[in-house]
Structure formats: structure tokens, C-alpha cells
Design a protein around this ligand. Structure first.
Ligand SMILES: [Zn+2]
Length: 174
């Protein structure tokens, strides 16, 4: 995996359903609808979008993509901070209450040019195979990409639908 791909700074990607996309900025292209991520948008707020990671097929691996082309939490205004905080909270509640995973890891890298937050589900198989902690995330992501199959795609898409349903039933501002 290219270093740039991992941060979302590449200008192209092939998603886990096999679709090829070209763009100047992936975050902006998703906001404009020029890139359709697998499973579609899970939740769209005024300032941010929740979706599944388009390249790494792990059920419940979510990304919060901020709508503005900014790179840092320090650039967020109050309204954006509120919405993103709520979205992180409810995305994590969905993962736990739907019993997809008991524990997550949040990642945000400022070297990525468009602000997005990874909500990475920590499955037991990951700890058993690779160990615990953020140093293994890259290996786990590469493993998931390289060992992908149709059954796995189906599971990822099913979890996306379940989280969409969960978020429809809950008011994330409460
Ligand atoms: Zn952008």
C-alpha cells in the first residue's frame, strides 16, 4: 500500500467492490458525490459525512469525513465540533449496541490533506493475529485488503445497513 493511499492523499483508488475512482481530493469528491463509497453514505449531517472505509473491507470500519477542505481539528468551528463529537459518539454507540465490536480505535492524522477520522473496530482476531495497539493498524488494514472475498463484502455491506438503521432511529444531537 502506498503511503499516500493510507492517508487519503492519493489521487485515485480502487474501492473494495472493484470500482476505480479518480479525484483531486477524495474527501471533497465524496462530499460532492463524485465518488460513491461502497454501501453509500451512512449518515449525512450539515458538516460531516459518516461512511465505511472505501478501500479496507472490515465490517464496521467507519470514516467521518468533514465537509470543508481543512486538515485539522484546530480549524473546526463550534458547530462543526458539536456535530463531529455527536457523530463519533453515535457511531461508536451503534458499533457497541449492535454488538459489532466492543472496542474501537480512533485515528486522525494531520498529514492527510482532508480532515477525516477513522473509527477502527478492534476485533479479537486482530489482537490474536497481530497484537494490540495502533502500531498494528496498518498491517491489519493490509491483511484485510489482501484477504478480501465476496462473503466479506456482503458482511461489510450488511453492517453498513444496520448502522444506517440505528442512526435513523436515534437523534444524534441528544
Ligand atoms: Zn478536500
Amino acid at each position: 500500500m502506498e503511503n499516500n493511499n493510507f492517508t487519503g492523499n492519493s489521487n485515485q483508488m480502487i474501492d473494495f467492490l472493484g470500482n476505480r475512482w479518480n479525484f483531486d481530493c477524495l474527501g471533497c469528491a465524496i462530499v460532492k458525490g463524485e465518488v460513491q463509497i461502497p454501501g453509500g453514505i451512512i449518515y449525512e449531517g450539515k458538516h460531516a459525512i459518516l461512511g465505511a472505509d472505501p478501500e479496507i473491507p472490515i465490517p464496521g470500519f467507519l470514516i467521518i469525513n468533514v465537509k470543508r477542505h481543512i486538515y485539522s481539528f484546530s480549524q473546526l468551528n463550534k458547530e462543526e465540533r458539536n456535530e463531529i463529537g455527536n457523530l463519533i459518539t453515535y457511531a461508536e454507540k451503534a458499533l457497541k449496541e449492535l454488538k459489532i465490536v466492543d472496542e474501537v480505535t480512533l485515528v486522525q492524522e494531520e498529514r492527510s490533506k482532508h480532515l477525516h477520522i477513522w473509527i477502527f473496530p478492534n476485533y479479537d482476531w486482530m489482537a490474536e493475529k497481530f497484537g494490540k495497539g495502533i502500531s498494528y493498524l496498518r498491517e491489519i488494514a493490509e491483511y484485510a485488503k489482501n484477504n478480501h472475498n465476496e462473503e466479506n463484502s456482503r458482511k461489510v455491506l450488511e453492517v453498513i445497513e444496520n448502522i444506517k438503521e440505528y442512526l435513523k432511529k436515534h437523534n444524534i444531537t441528544e
